[in-house]
Design a protein around this ligand. Structure first.
Ligand SMILES: [Fe+2]
Length: 455
């Protein structure tokens, strides 16, 4: 099938919503007070953007639906990739001032935008540390902390940078250098300084929203009632029990009823022990509970992390590199950056591009959204394909890229020296539970573009 145009996708999305509302195009036309031919043209993607917009606006007025949900994102990528050139990044330079030890507002950071798209879950920045310190003391009064922010932050370091963070009022610091990385959970105060007045000291900071960011509009609507979503994180057992209590309330199941069903299933666990108290739940208990509650065992597992995983730093050594895609086909040297079970859909690594072969063989493809920054002094040739056409360009030092999921891409040396790339990948809307649910659908075609009235 030919790639759909933007207006065809808007039409398909309107058809999908009309399907959910059990309205055919005649019913839509009547209720939106538009003529039937107009609705049919909009659904077929043959109307003007203004008319399609008018249909969406009227649907938002007439039906209790989220109108913004009908607005498809216009694709701002070029065959799945968006490039920001070094000079475009430099043009966005902003200097931020923060107090020094004497309370004077002095230059602290230089910020530059790097590549991102409407579709990308991240807002990555190039941040140069302008405050120079002579130690790595977490209480150095020249290190000016922020208040923490809503987005998760994955950072890669270039040069002599100090990283500071604060957990429960206590401050920590670590000396970082090129190739090191860190991960900071939301709302943890942090800051960065330079250990050198002459060397370039910067961080490549990929701030991104996870599933909570995507639920933000709903959470704003619920306000403080959203607090009820918080699970007891004291222990994994306590967390599971708070989930079991939620499953009971959601299904209007009583503790007595659960107890009867557990006994029928042959469980030794009592319902009382399943919802409260310190009795640990073993694999057998979880099997019985899952079968009784009609969930999978995975839905009863809540990973619990301690404070030491609020901010994580990783120092990378030269020995950490390995050949990619294989030792017999050494095109890149990959050095992993931080990985944490807390964020399974957040991955990062550096790639030294050694191969002169500019073809897609042995390249990369990922289920995640990728951000790539050329942090070295040498250019790389990029070859990519979104499945329909193959493209090429040269990625110069300080150029950056956003790459959509499943866009195959490969790099090669553009001159005699290898290029150094920082790669950070995070999930968009399709991860974890969404991916599992999607995999149960019989086909993808009507999911990505509805093409018929179902009833
Ligand atoms: Fe930050």
């Amino acid at each position: 099938m030919k790639a759909a145009t933007y207006l065809q996708l808007v039409g398909a999305r309107i058809l999908s919503e009309a399907n959910d509302l059990k309205r055919d195009s005649h019913a839509l036309a009547t209720e939106l007070r538009l003529d039937h031919a107009t609705i049919d043209q909009v659904i077929a993607g043959r109307a003007t953007p203004e008319i399609a917009d008018e249909v969406i606006r009227r649907m938002g007025e007439v039906y209790p639906i989220d109108e913004t949900d009908l607005r498809i994102l216009p694709d701002d990528c070029d065959s799945g990739i968006k490039i920001m050139r070094a000079e475009e990044s430099r043009a966005t330079s902003r200097i931020f001032r923060r107090p020094d030890r004497n309370g004077n507002l002095e230059p602290y950071y230089e910020y530059r935008d790097t590549a991102f798209s409407r579709l990308s879950p991240f807002r990555p920045e190039w941040i140069r540390e302008l405050r120079v310190v002579s130690d790595c003391n977490p209480d150095n009064p020249d290190a000016a902390f922020n208040h923490g922010h809503f987005l998760h932050q994955y950072s890669m370091y270039v040069g002599p940078v100090n990283h500071y963070w604060e957990i429960d009022g206590r401050r920590y610091a670590a000396e970082m250098t090129t190739g090191d990385s860190s991960y900071t959970t939301p709302f943890r105060p942090h800051t960065f300084t330079s250990r050198s007045a002459t060397e370039r000291a910067l961080i490549l900071a990929v701030a991104f929203g996870g599933n909570v960011r995507r639920a933000q509009r709903e959470l704003y609507a619920l306000g403080t009632r959203a607090e009820h979503y918080l699970l007891d994180q004291a222990t994994t057992t306590a967390a599971t029990k708070s989930l079991v209590r939620q499953y009971l309330r959601d299904a209007a199941l009583t503790v007595e009823r659960l107890d009867t069903e557990l006994r029928h299933a042959g469980a030794t666990l009592t319902a009382r022990d399943a919802v409260e108290g310190d009795r640990p739940l073993d694999a057998n208990d979880l099997d019985h509970l899952a079968a009784t509650l009609g969930v999978s065992v995975r839905d009863l597992h809540v990973p619990v992390f301690d404070d030491s995983e609020e901010v994580i730093v990783e120092h990378t050594g030269v020995d950490d590199g390995y050949p990619y895609p294989a030792s017999t086909d050494h095109r890149y040297t990959i050095r992993p950056m931080i990985r944490t079970a807390k964020m399974p859909a957040m991955r990062g690594f550096t790639a030294r591009v050694t191969t002169p072969d500019s073809d897609l063989t042995g390249g990369f493809t990922s289920s995640l959204h990728s951000w790539i920054y050329n942090y070295g002094n040498h250019a790389a040739r990029l070859c990519w394909s979104d499945g329909t056409s193959e493209r090429q360009t040269v990625v110069e030092p300080d150029d950056s890229l956003y790459i959509q999921p499943f866009v195959t891409h490969a790099f090669s040396r553009a001159d005699s020296e290898p290029a150094d790339l920082c790669v950070v990948r995070v999930a968009g809307h399709v991860s974890g539970d969404t991916q599992r649910e999607l995999s149960h659908f019989p086909s993808i075609s009507r999911v990505v573009r509805e093409d018929r009235r179902w009833f």
